[in-house]
Structures are given as structure tokens and as C-alpha cells.
Ligand binder design. Structure first.
Ligand code: LR7
Ligand code: MN
Length: 501
């Protein structure tokens, strides 16, 4: 039933060795997975709303489920396959295509062929050389014979009723691309975690072209009567979705120049929206996924694969907005190959502009060009600057100080029209103690700041206190405002009052 397996702390040395080995090879606890049935039962995570009779269409189109893997653990791969076989209405499951992306773990060769022989719906195709997950998926798609493609990672578990809610929106409108809710399977205990539909998030991205999750915007929420209805999402996580095969092909599938991992999820998201489709997350469909803290397999050596994929993506789909990504990689584009064919594809499809996408599909995204001020935030009395790497792990931590260095980087801040001081999705936030970074929430409150280039003060909106450097000059503090106090005087670079709301 998806309950955790917790190993005792004092396992004998031989077991400990196996546990460590499992972690090393897979970046999850393979030892624990091997203890659990490959047919394990799971709780039914759906809202009652989803179970009402007639909620989903009957006579849905068939789907080919494509699962790519490179060196997946035996029990984990089998549990993925069995959860599909055990929990999909047979009339909708045409086949499962396992694409072996040139694995070298011995259990994935003949042993896998022999095992799967008893399941006529399972087909195995093998890449003669390592392709990476994007071209492996394309290989799977070429072998697929059903009108709908469903992609899953090789460490997933489908729950009761997962498939009908995915196929229904596609049956109604084949330009709809749908994703299930992705539940977390613990990488350590294999516990299955899930929440009801009120916890559903939608996908976004930042200007590093990294995918992220958000609360459902209020405007989207207002379109719905019930939280379990499909919600529009600007982007998808990438691994788990269904798409009409003809639509996937019309969109030019993926850029086959994408190597190994990454970027393809944003490519498909952007072009789905920009070229006439809709992307939705379907709260009635739950599929579990093992989230890992590191990638266990080899990437290419000597090339930054993800960066190269992202540049190809930016070149083809981002129009004038690509500069924001390029700024973040120091305009070091390197050799990203030929994208002329992908550009032609976009032209032939007559897709809308990226500006249209931002204005209509993802208006919540902060566009750096709209900032009222940008650059360093310089303390006039001390020559120190507000400084933080602003990485996700810096969220909830105090913002630092460092001598101003004029190199941007950790000292590059933007003042948004809405009065946020931010770097990408991290905002300066004051709730009464330290000035910290916090994911931007867009609701002003503790993230609202007023900068005046005349008084050089930065006044916090809700507390009316002034941003200052402490007496010992070591940290940022909030103080009662005083016009004389140099420690409260700041200069925000590149201030442009015309950009104010
Ligand atoms: O070279 C490779 N060949 C492969 O066949 C590398 C990987 N793979 C397989 C791999 O075995 C796995 O089944 O491809 C699948 C995805 O690889 P993961 O599990 O290492 O990726 P991930 O889960 O960390 O990454 C997410 O982002 C990727 C970007 O390219 C893909 O879109 C993944 O499918 C995607 N996973 C999800 O969306 C699940 C939810 C994660 C989140 C958020
Ligand atoms: Mn994965």
C-alpha cells in the first residue's frame, strides 16, 4: 500500500554493503526496492469528484506507453511496467514500448527479454548506441502504433484510474497535451506520497531555462468549479505526459539535436502553446515518480549538454527574449549545431511569438527588461553591496553583504514594477527578523520595497522600516528610518523612473 520500508540503523555489514552499492548505482535505495513486490498495491489517491460515474468518456482512443531507460534497476523497471499493465483498462492500452538506451547493466539484456516474453503487450526496442532520453523517446514514438502516445520515466508507478482522465481531454480535443499529477516516491523508503487536488501545482520556468513549480494562478483557479478539473499549465516537467501522435508529429516531435537530458520539456511546452495547442495538468490522474538528488548515469564528457540543448531551444523559440538566458551564461554560446531546420519548422507551422506566450500563457513570469532598476545595490556609507548567490538553497536564509565588485553575479538585483527586489524567482523578504530571500509570491506584503533615488532610502512597505547596514557593518538590518543615517542610504544601479507602473 505504498507504505515506507525503513531499514534498521544497525544492519549487518554485508547488508550495509549492498545498500550502499544500490545507492551508488541508482541514486535511490535499490535494496529497499528489491524488498517490495513488483506488483505492490497503492492507495487510490484520487478525489471523490474523479470517481463520479460518467466523469470520463468511454470508447477512448488507444495509447502506446513509451518508457525509455538507461541502466534502470530491475525491480524499479518491473514495477513501472506492472503498474501500467495492472492499472490500465486493457482496451485502451495498445502496447508498452520499452526503449533501452544502450544500457550495460546485465539484467537489462536477455533476462529482460525472457521476462517480458510472457506479456505480449510489452515490446522492447534497443538503441545500438547511447542516444539520450530525447532521441530514445523519438525511437519509441517511431515504433508506436496507437493514436495516442504516453511517455513515462522508467521509475514510475501508475495508480488506479490514471489513464482514463489523460485520454479523455485528448479524445475531446487532440490538440490538448496532458500531464498527470506527479506524486513523490521516496528515493530512500519507497513510500508513496500524495495529496488531494488542492495541492496541485502548475509548471513554469526561469531565465536559466530551468523548470519549476508554482501555485495555480488565481485567474486560472477562477475558471474552475472543482479543483480536480484539468488546469492549464505554462510548461510540463517533461517525463510523464500523453499527446495525440499526429499532433506530436505535426509539431515536429522533439529537436533531435537535443542530447542526453534536458530542454525538451520546455521545447514541447512552448510549441504546444505557441502553435495552437493547450497544455494541462490533470488532477484525477496520479503517477508516482522516484525523484533523485543526483543523476546516476554518465553524461557526455567535455560538453555541457544541458546548456547546448537550452541554447538550441532559445535560438528557435525565444525570439528577443533569448538574451535573458544568454546573459545568465555570459553569452558563451559555443557550438550549438545547426538549428535552421527547426526555425523553418516554426515558420511553416505559423506559430505565435514568444511575447504572445508570455503575455497570454505565462503572465506571472518576471521579465527582466521590465525592471525599474537593475544591477548592484550599493551602500553609500560603506561601499558594501547586497550580495547572495540566490540559489534555491539560499531561500529562507539571510541576504548577505560583500564589498561591491561591479561584476554583477551575486550582486545583480532587479527592482520590479511591483516593488520586489529580486533575482529570478528569489525575492528579498522581511517578516520582522532578518532580511531573507524567499520565493517571489507576487502579493507585495513582506516583499514590497520602495526605493527613492532622491533620499537613497529603501523603505519596506508593510513595516515602514528602512534597509540598513548594522552598526558593526556586518549584516543587513531593518531600522526606524532617519534621513541622516548613512547606513540607510543606498544606490540602486540603472534606475529608470519611466518603467514604474
Ligand atoms: O541518456 C539517457 N537515456 C535515457 O533513456 C538518460 C535518461 N534516460 C531515461 C531515464 O532512464 C529515465 O527513465 O530517461 C528518463 C528520464 O531521466 P531521469 O529520470 O534521469 O530524469 P529526471 O526525472 O531527473 O528529469 C525530468 O527532466 C528530464 C529533462 O530532460 C526529462 O524530461 C525527464 O523525463 C523528467 N522527469 C519527470 O518529468 C518526472 C518528474 C520530475 C520533475 C519535476
Ligand atoms: Mn525520472
Amino acid at each position: 500500500m505504498g507504505k515506507p520500508v525503513v531499514l534498521p540503523k544497525d544492519v549487518e555489514a554485508q547488508v550495509k554493503k549492498k545498500v550502499d552499492e544500490g545507492w551508488k548505482n541508482n541514486a535511490f535505495n535499490q535494496y529497499v526496492s528489491d524488498m517490495i513486490s513488483v506488483h505492490r498495491s497503492l492507495p487510490d489517491p484520487r478525489d471523490e469528484w474523479c470517481k463520479a460515474p460518467g466523469r470520463f468518456l468511454e470508447n477512448l482512443p488507444e495509447t502506446s506507453v513509451i518508457v525509455c531507460f538507461h541502466n534502470e534497476a530491475w525491480s524499479v523497471l518491473l514495477r513501472t511496467v506492472h503498474s501500467i499493465l495492472d492499472r490500465s483498462p486493457p482496451q485502451y492500452l495498445k502496447e508498452i514500448i520499452l526503449v533501452d538506451d544502450n544500457s550495460d547493466m546485465p539484467h537489462l539484456a536477455k533476462q529482460l527479454d525472457d521476462y517480458m516474453e510472457q506479456y505480449p503487450k510489452v515490446r522492447i526496442v534497443r538503441a545500438p548506441k547511447r542516444e539520450g532520453l530525447i532521441r530514445a523517446r523519438l525511437m519509441g514514438a517511431r515504433h508506436a502504433t496507437a493514436p495516442v502516445l504516453t511517455f513515462l520515466d522508467s521509475h514510475c508507478e501508475c495508480t488506479t484510474g490514471w489513464l482514463e482522465p489523460l485520454l479523455t481531454p485528448i479524445a475531446k480535443d487532440p490538440l490538448t497535451v496532458v500531464c498527470p499529477v506527479i506524486d513523490v516516491i521516496s528515493d530512500d523508503t519507497f513510500e508513496y506520497h500524495y495529496r488531494d487536488s488542492t495541492g496541485v501545482n502548475v509548471g513554469g520556468f526561469d531565465w536559466n531555462l530551468q523548470f519549476n513549480w508554482h501555485a495555480i494562478p488565481s485567474k486560472e483557479r477562477a475558471r474552475h468549479q472543482h479543483p480536480a478539473e484539468p488546469v492549464r499549465s505554462p510548461t510540463m516537467a517533461g517525463g510523464l505526459f500523453s499527446i495525440d501522435k499526429a499532433f506530436f508529429e505535426r509539431l515536429g516531435t522533439y529537436d533531435s539535436g537535443f542530447d542526453i537530458w534536458g530542454g525538451e520539456n520546455l521545447e514541447l511546452s512552448f510549441k504546444t502553446w505557441m502553435c495552437g495547442g493547450t497544455l494541462e495538468i490533470v488532477p484525477c490522474s496520479h503517477v508516482g515518480h522516484i525523484f533523485r538528488k543526483r543523476s546516476p548515469y554518465k553524461w557526455r564528457s567535455g560538453v555541457n549538454v544541458l546548456k547546448r540543448n537550452s541554447i538550441r531551444l532559445a535560438e528557435v523559440w525565444l525570439d528577443e527574449y533569448k538574451k535573458y538566458y544568454y546573459e545568465r551564461i555570459g553569452f558563451d554560446l559555443g557550438d550549438f549545431g545547426d538549428v535552421s531546420e527547426r526555425k523553418r519548422l516554426r515558420e511553416n507551422l505559423k506559430c505565435k511569438s514568444f511575447k504572445w506566450y508570455l503575455d497570454n500563457v505565462y503572465p506571472e513570469l518576471f521579465v527582466p527588461g521590465d525592471a525599474v532598476a537593475s544591477g548592484e545595490v550599493h551602500n553609500l556609507a560603506t561601499g558594501q553591496c547586497v550580495d547572495s548567490p540566490a540559489k534555491p538553497e539560499d531561500n529562507h536564509k539571510p541576504v548577505g553583504l560583500w564589498p561591491c565588485h561591479k561584476q554583477g553575479g551575486n550582486q545583480y538585483w532587479m527592482l520590479s514594477k511591483e516593488g520586489e527586489i529580486r533575482r529570478d524567482e528569489a525575492c528579498m523578504d522581511y517578516a520582522g527578523s532578518d532580511v531573507i530571500l524567499y520565493p517571489c509570491h507576487g502579493s507585495k506584503g513582506n516583499q514590497y520595497w520602495e526605493y527613492s533615488p532622491e533620499t537613497n532610502r529603501i523603505i519596506h512597505g508593510s513595516s515602514k522600516k528602512c534597509l540598513a547596514i548594522s552598526q558593526d557593518r556586518k549584516k543587513l538590518v531593518m531600522e526606524d528610518c532617519s534621513l541622516e543615517e548613512g547606513r540607510q542610504k543606498w544606490k540602486f544601479e540603472n534606475y529608470d523612473p519611466n518603467k514604474k507602473l
